[in-house]
Design a protein around this ligand. Structure first.
Ligand code: ASP
Length: 318
């Protein structure tokens, strides 16, 4: 009995000290895609967008405030965004040129650089959760296409028919894009640092509207659209995936901090405003000291931030 008591006491002490090690400080940032959303959209549409952003941000904040891990926070937040038809991820994903849906997602833990990703899945309701299973339950990092769908069956994740992802809005958008290229937007992402000082990042997307069958963007490519390292920062990107892959944007931000001693802002600015051209996208970022930054070189980026200091903000335009 005495032993059990002292074991319990030391357990509490460890948890307490752990929590104290970061002064209960947490920060979470979210994005719902970068693009050219007009500021003249109707008030009702604005409130739909802001309500969605606030609801997902609140979920992430609650998880972190209650001592949850950043990994749980980013997965749950991205899941909720996948379920929300407002965003181009999960239900509400854009169409491929063939009128189908192929989804990409990834997740990474900055604690030990473990990561998982899926590309081109067609029947996984929440691709981000399958990405986490890849990370935690397989010896691999990235599963693609049929193999990834089969893995989902094996892990018993929620499966849906491909038409589940279809929404009338995306269908109309796709019809228009058949005549003229339109700007796809609405990829989702989340980066968080929890009270234990661990940084995680997750990103999920339907990809570029009217993309070729089999095309994979930056979202499931670790280091391009998603990255986390407790020694530097966590990044989730949105934008023109091919360019984010070419420039290895997420990893390079981390590398500029680690190898060149740049601050989070300097590193992001280097990639977003010097290496990439205007109109190509944005990132959300949190560094190891809990600083956050959400730059974009487009006209708009759906985004939000919440911190343990009480900051709770959402925005779309500059
Ligand atoms: N980066 C995504 C892709 O290229 C799309 C986006 O963020 O809008 O698949």
């Amino acid at each position: 009995m005495k032993i059990a008591k002292s074991v319990l006491l030391s357990l509490f002490l460890i948890i307490y000290l752990n929590a104290q090690s970061n002064n209960n400080k947490y920060v979470i940032v979210i994005h719902g895609g970068a693009g050219y959303t007009s500021p003249d959209i109707s008030d009702s549409l604005k409130s739909i967008y802001f309500n969605s952003l606030k609801a997902v941000l609140q979920l992430g904040k609650d998880i972190l405030e209650n001592g949850g891990s950043s990994l749980d926070a980013v997965e749950q937040v991205v899941r909720l965004m996948e379920d929300d038809t407002v965003f181009n991820a999960g239900k509400g994903a854009v169409f491929t040129e063939a009128g189908t849906h192929e989804l990409d997602a990834s997740i990474m833990s900055g604690k030990d650089l473990s990561c998982g990703a899926v590309a081109g899945v067609t029947k996984i309701k929440n691709p981000v959760s399958l990405a986490r299973l890849v990370m935690e339950k397989t010896p691999h990092v990235l599963f693609a296409g049929t193999g990834a769908d089969i893995l989902g069956e094996k892990f018993n994740v929620d499966l849906v028919d491909n038409t589940y992802f279809r929404t009338e809005f995306r269908y109309q958008q796709w019809l228009k894009s058949k005549q003229k290229e339109t700007e796809p937007k609405g990829t989702v992402g989340c980066v968080a640092m929890d009270i234990y000082g661990n940084i995680s990042a997750a990103t999920s997307t339907g990809g570029r509207g009217d993309k070729w069958i089999g095309r994979v963007g930056d979202t499931p490519i670790i280091g391009a659209g998603n990255y986390a390292n407790n020694n530097t920062c966590g990044i989730s990107a949105t934008g023109w995936g091919e360019l984010f892959i070419r420039h290895n944007v997420a990893f390079n931000i981390s590398a500029l901090m680690e190898y060149k001693g740049l601050s989070l802002q300097e590193a992001c600015d280097e990639m977003l405003f010097k290496r990439l051209e205007e109109g190509t996208g944005g990132v959300i970022a949190v560094d190891k000291d809990g600083n956050f930054y959400m730059p974009f070189n487009t006209a708009s980026m759906f985004r939000g931030v919440a911190t343990s200091e009480g900051l709770f903000e959402t925005a779309i335009w500059k």
